[in-house]
Ligand binder design. Structure first.
Ligand SMILES: Cc1cc2nc3c(=O)[nH]c(=O)nc-3n(C[C@H](O)[C@H](O)[C@H](O)COP(=O)(O)OP(=O)(O)OC[C@H]3O[C@@H](n4cnc5c(N)ncnc54)[C@H](O)[C@@H]3O)c2cc1C
Ligand SMILES: *[C@@H]1O[C@H](CO)[C@@H](O)[C@H](O)[C@H]1NC(C)=O
Ligand SMILES: *[C@@H]1O[C@H](CO)[C@@H](O)[C@H](O)[C@H]1NC(C)=O
Ligand SMILES: *[C@@H]1O[C@H](CO)[C@@H](O)[C@H](O)[C@H]1NC(C)=O
Ligand SMILES: *[C@@H]1O[C@H](CO)[C@@H](O)[C@H](O)[C@H]1NC(C)=O
Length: 492
């Protein structure tokens, strides 16, 4: 059984010594599992095959590097049917994938040659005004959740970008514009409906099962399949902000303005998210400015607004609308890698170093065709990790005293033959930046890497630190048969 994931990987990457006949046999087995699931579940839950538009939607991901053709896709309509499918998948030892918004960039994390489980039918948002919570289906993207909750003048803490799924965020971390006020998405979950690996459906809260409640918050699909999450809601007025873009010539004044902003502003309602893209020899700096009120106080964004810019889309608007101002869908369909560098403070030397990395790797790759490199940074307050009532698997004890800002490395490209070199260069750049910060006296040497932005092959210790043994014991208790080992992603 432990051989299975590596075998599957070999089949996908075409490096296999298996004969074509063996591969065909495997596909036939997977299709038999699909048929068995279709026959066993209720009529509202559906199985789709190649050729159906729903099958295409279920298999498609934001990054093409994480898409692969499955034997079939399965859209369960209720938790009981998820449990029936898990039992069949476990008995047949058929590989499978669980997807919510499909925004992981890592191959096999939410895709499979076996059964692709897509959660789109879990699509309700139920607001409870008395409890000040919302129960949210795991098939939704945050755009839908925010706009639904806008109707009641409330919101939840999800992701800051259009298109991102609820599942990978609330089971994986969730940094957003509201995080300085309310913490990460995982800090705001109060209950999960979990289908355990043995098919039993249960509700997990901090009192019903403290271990699973701790572990689910940043364990993705290790402990089963989550169908809904109940989250704290917060009153949400209109917000001020949006996108402002600058040409390369303004890079230095923009860096100076960001360093000034970070050194002066400690208001948790204010946020700047700065992305710099290098593609086809050109640099564009795109900042998202955010203030959690209809206007911003004390001129805090004036310096950034007064720099000559290419264009801007800034206004007082609904929160759900602000989240759509970063054009993240524009680069969907590329192969992609992410990396993550924790930073204590964005000083001018750190920002100048990031500029040099962008130019250095941009120019290095300028001979190759069809690539985009992006260095994105977001300053947070040191109190970032102090908003949870109970501890979660990430950030674990090693980090809990100190919240980090971070640099996100995003490389996108078109040709699969470039996978190795792009992954290597992205990792090299991230290591350089981390060492630079350490050499500059920033206390980040032991800071954990955000699992949602870690590239394939990242050591589990580097993401989960001291929490790992506890997570491994939770895993063996809830999944003694290792059913979830049939799916991909970070494994305890
Ligand atoms: C354009 C873009 C913008 C982003 N912006 C942000 C951001 O603002 N903040 C932030 O924190 N991160 C951000 N990310 C990273 C993002 O959080 C991760 O990619 C996240 O995993 C996406 O969740 P998803 O549900 O869309 O992904 P999926 O690929 O569907 O799932 C990711 C992983 O979670 C597992 N999973 C998903 N749902 C379930 C479930 N219900 N039960 C069990 N396991 C499940 C999957 O099996 C898979 O291993 C961004 C990524 C991209 C590409
Ligand atoms: C981005 O794509 C998703 C579908 O994946 C869509 O729901 C969303 O509205 C798009 N965002 C924008 C700003 O167009
Ligand atoms: C720019 O980055 C490259 C690659 O990491 C590094 O070798 C070089 O020393 C840096 N240049 C400066 C001026 O810091
Ligand atoms: C992808 O790269 C390989 C190896 O460099 C090359 O042979 C192939 O033509 C490229 N494919 C495309 C579509 O550019
Ligand atoms: C499934 O596992 C849970 C937790 O280990 C247990 O409580 C439950 O009884 C099991 N269900 C079945 C049907 O064995």
């Amino acid at each position: 059984m432990t051989l299975l994931p590596s075998l599957i990987f070999a089949v996908i990457s075409g490096l296999t010594g298996l004969s074509a006949a063996t591969t065909e046999l495997r596909r036939a087995d997977y299709t038999a599992t699909c048929q068995q699931i279709a026959a066993a579940v209720s009529s509202e839950s559906k199985v789709y095959y190649s050729g159906s538009p729903t099958y295409n939607k279920d298999n498609e991901h934001w990054a093409s590097s994480s898409s692969q053709p499955s034997a079939c896709s399965f859209e369960p309509a209720n938790a009981q049917d998820v449990g029936i499918a898990l039992n069949i998948l476990g008995e047949n030892q058929t590989p499978f994938a669980v997807r919510s918004g499909g925004h992981t960039a890592n191959s096999g994390f939410s895709s499979t040659p076996g059964v692709q489980i897509a959660l789109f039918q879990f699509s309700e948002v139920v607001y409870d005004a008395n409890a000040q919570t919302a129960t949210i289906g795991m098939g939704l993207i945050w755009d839908n959740v925010y706009s639904e909750l806008d109707k009641y003048g409330v919101t939840v803490v999800g992701a800051k970008t259009t298109g991102v799924g609820v599942g990978g965020t609330v089971l994986g971390g969730g940094y957003t514009y509201l995080s300085n006020q309310y913490g990460l998405s995982v800090d705001n979950a109060v209950a999960f409906e979990l289908v355990m690996p043995n098919g039993t459906v249960t509700s997990i809260t901090s009192s019903s099962d403290p271990d699973l409640f701790y572990g689910l918050r940043v364990s993705f699909n290790n402990f089963g399949i989550v169908t809904t999450v109940t989250m704290k809601t917060y009153a949400q007025s209109q917000v001020w902000g949006g996108r402002i873009s600058y040409a390369e010539a303004q890079w230095d004044p923009v860096n100076t303005a960001i360093a000034n902003f970070v050194s002066k502003v400690t208001d948790p309602k204010a946020c700047v998210y700065s992305t710099t893209d290098y593609a086809s020899g050109a640099v564009v700096i795109m900042n998202i400015l955010f203030y959690d009120a209809p206007t911003y106080p004390d001129g805090i964004f004036d310096e950034l607004l007064e720099i000559p810019h290419l264009e801007k889309d800034i206004s007082t608007r609904a929160y759900s609308n602000l989240v759509q101002t970063l054009p993240a869908n524009a680069s969907s369909g590329l192969r992609a890698m992410f990396h993550w560098v924790p930073i204590e403070q964005f000083t001018l030397p750190i920002l100048e170093m990031v500029k040099n990395q962008t130019l250095y790797y941009g120019e290095l790759l300028s001979e190759s065709s069809g690539f985009l490199i992006s260095y994105d940074l977001i300053p947070f307050l040191p109190s970032l990790y102090s908003h949870s009532d109970t501890p979660s698997a990430f950030p674990s004890s090693r980090d809990s005293g100190q919240g980090y800002s971070f640099i996100e490395v995003y490389y996108g490209w078109t040709n699969a033959s470039d996978d190795d070199v792009m992954l290597r260069l992205g990792a090299e750049s991230a290591a350089y930046m981390k060492q630079f910060a350490v050499d500059a006296g920033q206390d980040v040497a032991n800071a954990l890497i955000y699992p949602n932005c870690a590239p394939p092959g990242t050591a589990m210790e580097d993401m989960y630190g001291d929490a790992l043994p506890h997570l491994q014991s939770i895993r063996s208790a809830v999944d003694p048969g290792n059913v979830m080992g049939l799916t991909g992603g970070w494994r305890f």
